[in-house]
Design a protein around this ligand. Structure first.
Ligand SMILES: C[S@@+](CC[C@H](N)C(=O)[O-])C[C@H]1O[C@@H](n2cnc3c(N)ncnc32)[C@H](O)[C@@H]1O
Length: 513
């Protein structure tokens, strides 16, 4: 039997498991901000408030579990049709002592037709990262039926998907890669490697539809660093079909879901996305779907992060600002490392020093409510909470949290340690993961290496970067291990205060540093 004959996933890759990862855009705290920036009411969030969170296509469940362990009063449900994913998620939950997360093995195409539907609770928030544009029409229809039935009125939905026209130039490349790979009777990750090699060879041969294209260059560059398992899930899927935003909006309308914003917060600021001329065209339209099409035509946006609400309640500007004022932010970097300028599609954006200087200095001390930041005496103006949230969270330099860190929760430390044990590998130290935190309700996004270092700091009497680098760099040249040692030392010096500020490490761990 060939590899493809043994597959049961309806064209979705099932012979190699997906990789664990954390996507901050799926966090309900983040989605609440997106709703507010979109001018609609978000979620009723607070420390100790219950919330039902549902993740469709949850993979290993790492993101769902990180949210569950940080929020013991939430009810978290993950659904995936790959039994290997569900088994891994359940095993981690059991070992970490997480009892507010449940994982259901089900095919979304059929779930709502059978008895398993009753096991899916009503959801305040439902997310699906990397699912919609990779599955067949029957699965999409199943997703819509599930959202229509299970998302409560006022509930929030996040969908990320490959978008058109952003992907149009790469359709041929994906087809070539997949077809060439499939000619090989082998596992999907091997097939992806072979397919990429054919893309490379034809691009070198100056094939008209491949040569000199940014997409092809980025694939080939990505393939050099990235694990082939990921590439298999990205490119070897028969059903893969990028979509226009308008078509996704139409599908979601069947579940009475209104598009409200981008979960990529910066994208909600047209002035940062479009130049003046394009903004003049944008201003001709007030229909949000048409406005998004204008933006999609202008931006190299290949992955959309859409947020929908089931019955959006529009806020007045004052109501919106009041709600944004109640958001608590924690700084994800040191004041010294803050990026004051950054690239945006319309050019270079800069944070106004006079305004953001005191705000960042204050956040470096403690997490603060946005309303308290706006009341700081030395600000030149005391308005625009959306700017604070959009610029600091939108550039991944601050994190929305529910409360300042609480008492260290032993389950949090156990989860971080177990996640490090399970997932850290020599080749994946840059993978985007998260650290669970006590009392804040918010996992802290980080590279895989941070998970390793925090787990070690939790266990160690004293940090030992040389021994840790030797373990991580087993089989690597001495110079590489030395580079890693120096890197870990710097990482601890820079990030330990942040880990403490955000409830990842307690003072006891830090006193050993
Ligand atoms: C790209 S992965 C994303 C995983 C996870 N959300 C993450 O971001 O780490 C898509 C997931 O959807 C699951 N999936 C694909 N088709 C499905 C279906 N018909 N029913 C349920 N799950 C499905 C896959 O097994 C895979 O775990």
């Amino acid at each position: 039997m060939s590899a493809s004959e043994s597959r049961w996933g309806g064209g979705y890759v099932t012979d190699v498991p997906y990789l664990p990862g954390y996507y901050r855009h799926q966090s309900p705290l983040h989605l609440h901000l997106a709703c507010l920036l979109g001018g609609v009411a978000g979620l009723d969030l607070g420390p100790g408030s219950p919330l039902s969170y549902l993740e469709l296509g949850c993979g290993h469940g790492f993101g769902a579990l990180a949210l569950a362990v940080c929020n013991p009063c939430w009810r978290v449900t993950g659904i995936d049709f790959n039994p290997a994913h569900i088994a891994a998620a359940r095993a981690l939950a059991a070992e970490a002592g997480i009892n507010n997360a449940r994982f259901i093995e089900a095919d979304l195409a059929m779930l709502m037709d059978g008895p398993v539907a009753r096991e899916v609770p009503e959801a305040d928030v439902a997310t699906a990262h990397g699912l919609w544009s990779w599955v067949t029409d029957p699965v999409r229809a199943g997703v819509v039926r599930l959202l229509a039935t299970k998302v409560r009125p006022g509930g929030v939905v996040q969908l990320s998907y490959n978008a058109l026209p952003g992907w149009q130039g790469a359709l041929g490349m994906q087809r070539l890669l997949r077809e060439a790979g499939e000619r090989l009777a082998a596992r999907s990750d091997r097939q992806a490697e072979v397919g990429i090699e054919v893309v490379r060879a034809l691009a070198d041969a100056k094939a008209h539809h491949l040569s000199g294209l940014p997409f092809v260059e980025s694939l080939l560059e990505h393939a050099r660093h990235c694990q082939t398992t990921y590439l298999a899930h990205e490119y070897m899927i028969e059903a893969w079909r990028p979509c226009f935003h308008a078509d996704v909006v139409a599908a979601m309308a069947e579940a009475k879901l209104d598009w409200v914003a981008s979960a990529h917060l910066i994208e909600n600021f047209s002035s940062l996305m479009l130049g003046e001329e394009a903004r003049t065209v944008l201003a001709r339209f007030d229909d949000p779907v048409m406005r998004e099409l204008v933006k999609d035509m202008c931006l190299p946006r290949s992955l959309r992060q859409d947020v929908f609400v089931r019955g959006a309640h529009h806020l007045s500007p004052t109501e919106r600002d009041d709600a944004l004022g109640k958001v608590m932010l924690g700084l994800l970097c040191s004041e010294e490392r803050l990026a004051w300028e950054f690239e945006v599609p319309s050019g270079r954006a800069a944070l106004e020093q006079g305004f953001f200087g005191p705000i960042v200095a204050s956040l470096e001390q403690h997490p603060r409510l946005v309303s308290d930041l706006l009341a700081l005496p030395d600000l030149p103006r005391h308005d625009n909470p959306g700017e604070i949230v959009g610029m600091l969270v939108g550039t991944d330099q601050a994190l929305p949290i529910l409360a300042a860190p609480g008492q260290p929760d032993p389950r949090v430390a156990r989860f971080n340690r177990l996640a490090a044990q399970r997932f850290v590998r020599q080749g994946n130290l840059n993978t985007g993961m998260a650290l669970a935190a006590s009392g804040t309700g918010a996992p802290v996004p980080c590279p895989m290496l941070d998970l390793f270092v925090v787990a070690r700091l939790q266990e160690a009497q004293a940090p030992d970067p040389a021994a840790w680098a030797a373990k991580l760099g087993t089989g690597q040249p001495e110079a590489e291990r030395e580079r890693l040692r120096a890197f870990i030392e710097r990482l601890i010096a820079e990030r330990a205060p942040i880990w403490q500020r955000l409830g990842v490490l307690d003072a006891g761990c830090l006193s050993a540093l």
